[in-house]
Design a protein around this ligand. Structure first.
Ligand SMILES: [Zn+2]
Length: 315
């Protein structure tokens, strides 16, 4: 699960446009939406438009039969023509099959095939255990994850995949391993050079925009890397992410409805990661002037790009 300051700002802006977050939808709010030049699907979808998007997308068990296309942004969008990562492959296992989240844009599936083949070359690794990707039609989920909505995000377990013939039951019961110590300031004794090599391979792929992992892991890789450091720019420290790392692909070429996130700041980001670690070890006193966190409103269908209504209803 990843939260984005940038997206929160966007959400806050939308909240301001809507005037009353969580309030009743009126023709006024529709007008405000149109005025703000945001796609609105309220008129065409009638009552559906005010339904919680997670209920609508969470109820879909199969992809839409459309051509593959991500619509919207990572934490506010949907996926047309999703592809299913096969539950078992030569170098991977999809985990937690009961969640039915082993879906993504075809480019994501291809990326995971490629990365798992590289993982299988590492000592002690037969491939990858793949956690949550997206729902069959993307969109918000009933549980967990603000992002993973457009088929371009995937969680990859930090536990080496040893057994590639797990039963369905084992894929529910097996747990990943945590690699953090001291609340994420450091890696623990489960961290290996293979993790470094895997993250380096994952980030070096030009299809990748960002990878999220806990701050101590980023600092560890910053300190251990003696060669090319360009890939470190894409490794972004974030909360959680000590049982898995999260790969986010850039919008595929030609995907016009797909909204990329701003690129990470220039440089390897190692100083920022170290600063985060320092804050974990030595927390600054709370800021008495900090504004209270804004309550988050559930996304309704009308909040998503207009194409998502079609994604939902397509055969
Ligand atoms: Zn994730």
């Amino acid at each position: 699960m990843v939260r984005h300051p940038i997206r929160l700002t966007a959400a806050a802006a939308l909240c301001a446009v809507l005037a009353a977050c969580g309030g009743a939808r009126t023709t006024q709010t529709k007008a405000a939406l149109a005025q703000a030049d945001l796609p609105t699907i309220g008129a065409s979808m009638g009552v559906l438009s005010t339904k919680e998007a997670k209920q609508l997308f969470g109820a879909k068990s199969a992809a839409s039969g459309q051509s593959p296309a991500p619509y919207g942004s990572y934490a506010k969008g949907c996926l047309a023509g999703g592809a299913q990562l096969p539950e078992t492959g030569p170098t991977w296992q999809a985990m937690r099959l009961s969640r039915n989240r082993n879906w993504g844009h075809p480019e994501t599936v291809a990326y995971l095939r490629d990365l798992s083949a590289k993982a299988a070359q590492l000592p002690g690794w037969s491939g990858l255990y793949i956690g949550d990707m997206s729902q069959p039609r993307g969109g918000p989920m009933l549980t967990g994850h603000a992002s993973h909505q457009i088929g371009l995000d995937a969680d990859i377990w930090l536990r080496p995949a040893e057994n590639l013939q797990l039963s369905r039951k084992a894929r529910e019961q097996l747990s990943s391993i945590s690699l953090r110590r001291a609340n994420g300031a450091f890696t623990n004794d489960q961290w290996t050079p293979q993790h470094h090599a895997l993250l380096k391979a994952a980030a070096s792929d030009p299809r990748v925009a960002r990878i999220f992992i806990f701050p101590g892991a980023k600092v560890k890789m910053c300190n251990d890397e003696k060669g090319d450091r360009a890939w470190l720019r894409k490794i972004r420290p974030w909360y959680g992410h000590h049982y898995h790392f999260h790969v986010r692909l850039a919008c595929p070429r030609g995907a016009t409805g797909c909204v990329d996130q701003a690129a990470p700041p220039a440089g390897d980001g190692c100083a920022d990661a170290q600063a985060w670690v320092n804050n974990i070890l030595n927390p600054p006193p709370p800021d008495p002037d900090a504004p209270p966190p804004k309550p988050r409103r559930e996304l309704v269908l009308a909040d998503l790009p207009a194409q998502c209504a079609g994604v939902l209803t397509a055969q």
